[in-house]
Design a protein around this ligand. Structure first.
Ligand code: 6GU
Length: 246
């Protein structure tokens, strides 16, 4: 996969992909991530990327020409013939794991980092395939949001997670995680649940599953509606609901 990030502040995205797991994915060749300075696609002496809005008002709007030229050039260079062009904007559809999964199957993503004030409407209507927001709050620009998209998509690329981790995730994907513990077995009088020290893996798996269901039930009951639940899970959830009713 190739990901091009188009921004007027490449410095904002300089760090996130040079550390940890994403760096490893880049080093392994699972993904190529390029920071593209929108200013390099300007043709005027002042290298102007934005301008005042027609009709008046405050704030600057990203001009269409550098964005169209950048995206067309990047599509040509990738040469896949089916690039997906994404605009990061608070007006976009909410980003969800399901979208990350869909994007992880693409060959080439071009992510345009919008600025808070806006982007010329012709970019939306004629250049962009999808508009994405990462949540209901306002950022000054799309750069940090784009880093979120890249992180969540890259970790789903084949070869990134171990086979076991991927299987675990596809089984428990829409549930919250169970609690985790590591050594020591007792810390400041707080004990690790005995079952985790038992060595009985069937019992441990069941405990984890139930903790996961309990946490989801308590914190994000909305997620249970789309969860893949076994008959045994449903019985367990019913006992949780009955405890509450008592
Ligand atoms: Cl993608 N951009 C901006 N500017 N703010 C946001 C956002 C994006 N997603 C949530 N808030």
């Amino acid at each position: 996969m190739k990901i091009d990030l188009v921004t007027i502040f490449p410095g904002l995205l300089d760090g996130p992909f040079k550390e940890s797991m994403i760096k490893r994915a880049v080093d392994k060749g699972l993904v190529e991530i390029n920071l593209v300075d929108l200013r390099s696609y300007t043709r005027d002496r002042h290298r102007q990327v934005d301008d005042t809005p027609y009709g008046g008002g405050c704030g600057m709007i990203l001009k269409p020409e550098p964005l169209f030229e950048a995206v067309e050039d990047l599509k040509g260079k990738a040469g896949t013939g089916n690039s997906v062009v994404i605009l990061m904007t608070p007006q976009g559809t909410s980003f969800k794991q399901e979208v990350a999964r869909r994007l992880s199957g693409e060959k080439h993503l071009v992510i345009i980092c919008g600025r808070y004030e806006g982007v010329d409407e012709r970019v939306r209507s004629a250049l962009v395939d999808m508009e994405i927001s990462i949540g209901d709050y306002v950022l000054t620009g799309g750069e940090l949001a784009a880093a979120v998209i890249v992180d969540s998509v890259v970790r789903l690329l084949p070869g990134f997670l171990s086979e076991e981790a991927s299987e675990n995730e596809s089984f428990s994907g829409s549930l919250l995680e169970h609690p985790h513990y590591t050594r020591p077995p007792v810390y400041r009088d707080m004990e690790v649940p005995e079952v985790l020290l038992s060595g009985n893996h069937a019992k441990i798996d069941r405990w984890r599953r139930e903790q996961s269901l309990k946490r989801t039930y308590e914190r994000r009951p909305d997620l249970l509606e789309h969860a893949d639940l076994t008959p045994r899970d449903k019985v367990f959830l019913d006992t949780l609901r009955n405890v509450e009713d008592d």
